[in-house]
Design a protein around this ligand. Sequence first.
Ligand code: B12
Length: 214
Amino acid sequence: MAEEEIMKKLKDSVINLDKDAAKEAAEEALKVGIDPLDAMKRGLYAGLKEVCDHYEETVFITDMLLASDAFYSGAEVLKAKIDKAKMQKKGIGVLGVIEGDVHDLGKNMLKYLLEAEGFEIHDLGFNVRVGKFIEEAHRLDADLILVSVMLSSKFPTIEKIVDLARENELKAKIMVGGGPVTEEIAKKYGADGWALTAPQAVKEALKLVEKSKY
Ligand code: B12
């Protein structure tokens, strides 16, 4: 089967909320030698993005959850084949959803893509207290603290993380993101980086880590 056809199968499996089809398409992609990271981004993620874009028109919360399950199911197959040995480690990141917030789908997407790109990611889960981000970043000597925020009422907590990281003189750069977070919000609360989507977040993370070397 041609590469583009398999990419379409991957994408459609997520759009159709079909976990089994996602797993099958991921296996097919590997069989014909498609790069697993490419399959994750251009196949599975493209499908998820499309589902998100139609939220509140034709897509509802249960669909979102099923779409992300389909994404995870295909991504697990692909992740297993990403050759970590050949990949140069890009950096260490501590990732979590801000205190008081349970929306973790975006955070999970980001984790898959960052790991697939060669980052070592320590996932703290959701509803993560401010001090936990700092303690873990300190313990791991992390390059990045990645904070996912879906509730606008939690924006001021971003500043608490930034302030505590500076107080503790952590080397980690702080990135924020999540549905309602804009670049202005990120700047307002003192974060070092921001991105609208998970693939853009990976690019921004690479830039921040690279910059901090010099
Ligand atoms: C699914 C969902 C839920 C699920 C969450 C399930 C789960 N496990 O995540 C459930 C049902 C539990 C839920 C609960 C609530 N929800 Co809700 N929920 C949503 C919904 C429909 C989708 C969010 C989502 O998963 N998007 C898909 C992911 C993939 O997108 P994403 O998170 O934006 O992530 C992408 C990028 O932002 C980026 N990214 C994400 N994190 C990061 C981090 C960094 C560092 C970077 C760089 C990038 C990045 O990468 C991701 C992939 O590209 C949105 C509506 C919407 N249109 O977004 C409302 C929404 C977020 N919820 C909302 C609300 C208000 C609530 C509740 C308070 C409802 C209530 N009254 O009880 C509770 C909150 C509970 C709590 N304390 O957190 C509001 C928030 C409004 C606001 N701006 O403050 C929204 C916007 C709905 C609305 N229109 O009012 N919710």
